[in-house]
Design a protein around this ligand. Sequence first.
Ligand SMILES: [Zn+2]
Length: 183
Amino acid sequence: MAIQDSVESYIEIKTQEEMDCFFDSVNGFHDGLIKEFHLINDAYIDKHLSMVCGFKYNMRILIQRQWEKPSAVELLLGDVVEMNLPKLNYEIYNSFGTLHISKANETPEITINLDGNVFVCRKMLYREVSEWMGRESRFGDEIIVNNSFPVEKLEDGWVLCSNCFEAWQPINRKVLKCPKCFF
Ligand SMILES: [Zn+2]
């Protein structure tokens, strides 16, 4: 089953109880890692160089686990107001979330703590994306900072690495980088 790109495919977390259930269901992302994240600002500078304010950052995070059901989860964080990422080079041992609704202001403050990497936001949704295992980039093209070996296009969407002759079928990628020749 292909993964749909609609907000209906996500489940929103609205209470602390739902938050606790969610982190229980993924065992605190134990033996997991942050594979990818993508942050978009609603504010922008237009083609006439005017700044259109309304700063608001929404974010997607892909977490992969060494366990099944689910093996991978996507988090959708709305209105991210703070991030602190001091431990990106570590696997996740444990994680949790808190959801706080003050009586004066009904917009919740949500804190996600992925083993020391902290995201504070106003809205949180998630979905299982267990097909999204492996090295493949899911939120856009791969980011390549070194030259990679040329890739030859074969039939039926297959491509061939000119260096190691690995053949593979890239998923919706403009940038083609051999999955075997790491550098
Ligand atoms: Zn190769």
